[in-house]
Write a protein that binds this ligand. Structure first.
Ligand SMILES: Cc1ncc(COP(=O)(O)O)c(C=O)c1O
Length: 372
């Protein structure tokens, strides 16, 4: 065991030396340009009241689920919530998961066999990579949003082929060419899986739904931990896909079911967003206002994730620190999360940020050498 403990020490020391050591800290309070709470539901007193009312009306929801969905953990609430989610998104079926990570792990680990091929965008979320690691299929990456490269790989792929993209990428704050990717997948008879973690709520019920493309994709993954202000996720697709996952997705089968409270909260979030269409409008105004300062890099208009790149890491660190000292909370991204030389400041814009907040943010950033 001594050798193993030494190995851990060495690994952590390496992280410290590379300035990539992670530690748990209480999150900073201040003006929030960091969280994924894009529409402010997490801090919204009216939304909280709605949740409280729901809990009072359904006190049983405070109990645990007692087991996996396939043993004792299934409930009428689980079934009705999944039917509700499926109807909201205009798909045949939805399968609920406690997190987006587990949903992607489930989907990518079990849906393809040894003879098949998964081709994912290189900026796909870690959960997709990890799901693919558990799959026996061949796993290939295509250059971010590069359809020519995707086509080269589609030409070489064997067996059943699935392509994985995100509708909105949080690393670069840009959108996938969704329609063109669908067209290419159709041409090569490949299935498309779209992760909508950062799009749901910001763009209605996601971009796939907004564009009416539900029948053009194999599956969509939506998560509830960002604009919906909660946590959890759902895989949306056909009844057959749901039945298949219930039978073969290990993270679903061998794990305790989410509580009724979790499911009720998700239903409330859909209702609340439907009743508050002003929230994404306020968000998109704030995004446009931030972009009017002309300090952004990479990210596209409409994306709640905006990025600022600095001349070098030292400038980034100085800007990040001054913002923090002024009570403005942002997130600095270093390698290996982003590639070397592309270290940047990630700024998450919210519906609740004020013009004054954005003015203060940009005033500080402008003092440092940024690259547009
Ligand atoms: C694109 C994408 N997919 C999946 C996930 C995982 O979702 P969750 O946080 O619900 O596990 C994230 C979370 O950051 C994400 O950004």
């Amino acid at each position: 065991m001594k050798a193993l403990v030494q190995q851990w020490h060495k690994a952590l020391a390496a992280r410290q030396a590379q300035h990539t050591y992670r530690s748990l800290k209480q999150y900073d309070t201040g003006i929030d340009f960091q969280s994924n709470d894009y529409l402010g539901l997490n801090r919204d007193p009216d939304f909280r009241q709605l949740l409280l009312k729901e809990v009072k009306e359904h006190p049983d929801c405070l109990s645990g689920s007692t087991g996996s969905r396939l043993i004792s953990g299934n409930s009428a609430i689980a079934e009705t919530t999944e039917s509700f989610i499926a109807a909201e998104h205009g798909v045949e079926a939805a399968l609920f998961f406690p997190s987006g990570y587990k949903a992607n792990l489930s989907l990518f680990s079990c849906t393809l066999g040894r003879a098949d091929t998964i081709i994912m965008d290189e900026l796909s979320h870690r959960s997709v990579h990890d799901g693919c690691q558990l799959s026996r299929a061949k796993k290939w990456k295509f250059r971010h949003n590069d359809l020519n490269h995707l086509e080269v790989l589609l030409n070489k792929a064997t067996g059943n082929v699935v392509v994985a993209i995100e509708s909105l990428y949080s690393v670069d704050g840009n959108f996938a060419p969704l329609r063109e990717t669908i067209k290419l997948c159709r041409q090569y008879n490949a299935g498309l899986i779209v992760d909508e973690a950062h799009a749901i709520g910001v763009f209605g019920k996601g971009i796939v739904h907004q564009c009416g493309l539900q029948n053009e994709v194999l599956a969509t993954v939506v998560t509830y931990g960002k604009a919906m202000g909660l946590e959890g996720s759902a895989i949306l697709g056909s009844r057959l896909l749901k039945d298949y996952l219930v039978n073969y997705a290990a993270p679903f089968i061998y794990s305790t079911a989410p509580s009724a409270l979790h499911l009720l909260r998700i239903k409330c979030a859909y209702r609340y967003l439907a009743e508050n269409p002003q929230l994404p409008v306020l968000l998109s105004r704030n995004i446009a206002y931030f972009r009017s300062f002309g300090i952004h890099k990479y990210a596209e208009n409409g994306s709640p994730v905006q990025l600022v790149q600095f001349k070098d890491q030292a400038e980034l660190l100085k800007a990040h620190q001054e913002l923090k000292d002024s009570g403005i909370i942002t997130y600095a991204l270093f390698a290996p999360t982003v590639s070397q030389g592309k270290e940047r400041l990630r700024i998450c814009i919210h519906s609740f940020n004020t013009k004054e907040d954005i003015n203060a943010l940009c005033k500080i950033i402008k003092k440092y050498a940024y690259v547009t």
